[in-house]
Design a protein around this ligand. Structure first.
Ligand code: PLP
Length: 321
């Protein structure tokens, strides 16, 4: 079923998402990364409502559900940020919401989901991955909100790209953390239609990098268990229906180590006064590491800021330059 999904979204669908998001998702700032890196800018989705860009896709999808659908409620699968966004949107819509999370999910994110009135069900990681591919959750009668493989979700994430282009029409490269690929493909569909010369780079953590391998082999690869502090992009596999989109949209995939991510978190906190979670800091880590490969102006999407305080203090106090 999933391999035939058509997720090639149009610029019109993204413009429509933009209208749907008005008054719900905030327009986040685009600011220089530091005084000495004049061509590097940060798109600060860590300041977005609920702490990550995920509310863009969730609201664009959920706000279109009719009233019988709202009475049945919503169900989703997420390690955290998508779950928080779906829970927030469900509360705003006055609907019931059940979030399935892997049993190793970051406690702060789980607490936040609970505080928004959603129900949390803990499941082993493998089971979560399976329920994203089969339609077991849809059969519960509630509307399943996929974290990335959905046209309206992806169109919502694409609105990040529209804002970047408006704020910086001469942008040449955009660097985006990649989990399932909703954010990077949404941004690419938003930007490449309007500005074909732009380059879009994905970022994965070294310990969870199925994308470079899949692009090289031409097959959707599964890497087993993820090993990284960047829980927001801890992908174990590429979904088969996403692979054609990555091939079409992504000009390169950059990988960074956990140490490089920690250092980037530290730089963001001390130089930019920005709190990023590891997945969000990965983009700037990649820009610093691969700077000679990237044409400026470069925008690093700081995709989220929901970070355990202990992890942040660890990064700030202990990461070596
Ligand atoms: C979900 C998420 C990502 C990855 O987005 P995908 O659409 O799954 O590729 C990156 N960073 C943060 C903070 C996230 O929450």
């Amino acid at each position: 079923m999933s391999s035939t999904k058509d997720l090639r979204i149009s610029t019109e669908e993204i413009a429509e998402a933009r209208r749907a998001l008005r008054g719900v998702a905030w327009r986040t700032p685009l600011l220089p990364a530091s005084r000495d890196e004049e061509h590097v800018f940060l798109k600060l989705e860590c300041l977005q409502r609920t702490g990550s860009f995920k509310i863009r896709g969730a609201w664009n999808r959920m706000s279109r559900v009719d009233s019988p659908g709202l009475r049945r409620g919503f169900v989703t699968t997420s390690a955290g940020n998508h779950g928080q966004a779906v829970a927030w949107c469900a509360r705003k819509l006055g609907a019931r919401c059940v979030v399935h999370v892997p049993d190793n999910a970051v406690q702060r994110k789980v607490d936040s989901i609970l505080s928004m009135g959603a129900e949390v069900v803990k499941k082993p990681h493998e089971e979560i991955m399976e329920s994203m591919t089969d339609d077991r959750l849809q059969k519960l009668g509630m509307t399943y909100i996929h974290p990335f493989g959905d046209r309206q979700v992806m169109a919502g994430q694409g609105t990040v790209g529209l804002e970047v282009l408006e704020d910086m029409p001469d942008v040449r490269s955009v660097v985006v953390p990649v989990g399932g690929g909703g954010l990077i493909n949404g941004i690419a569909f938003a930007l490449k239609g309007r500005k074909p010369t732009i380059s879009i780079y994905g970022v994965q953590a070294e310990g969870a990098a199925p994308l470079p391998k899949s692009l090289a082999s031409g097959r959707a690869e599964d890497m087993g268990h993820p090993r990284t502090i960047a829980d927001g992009i801890a992908a174990t596999r590429v979904f088969d229906y996403m692979l054609p989109l990555f091939r079409e949209n992504v000009d390169g995939v950059l990988t960074v180590s956990d140490e490089e991510i920690r250092y980037s978190m530290r730089h963001l906190a001390s130089e930019c006064h920005v709190v990023a979670e590891p997945a969000g800091a990965a983009s700037l880590a990649a820009v610093r590491k691969y700077r000679e490969r990237l044409q400026g102006p470069v925008v690093a999407v700081v995709s989220g800021g929901n970070c355990d305080p202990s992890l942040l203090s660890d990064a700030v106090l202990k990461s070596a330059p």
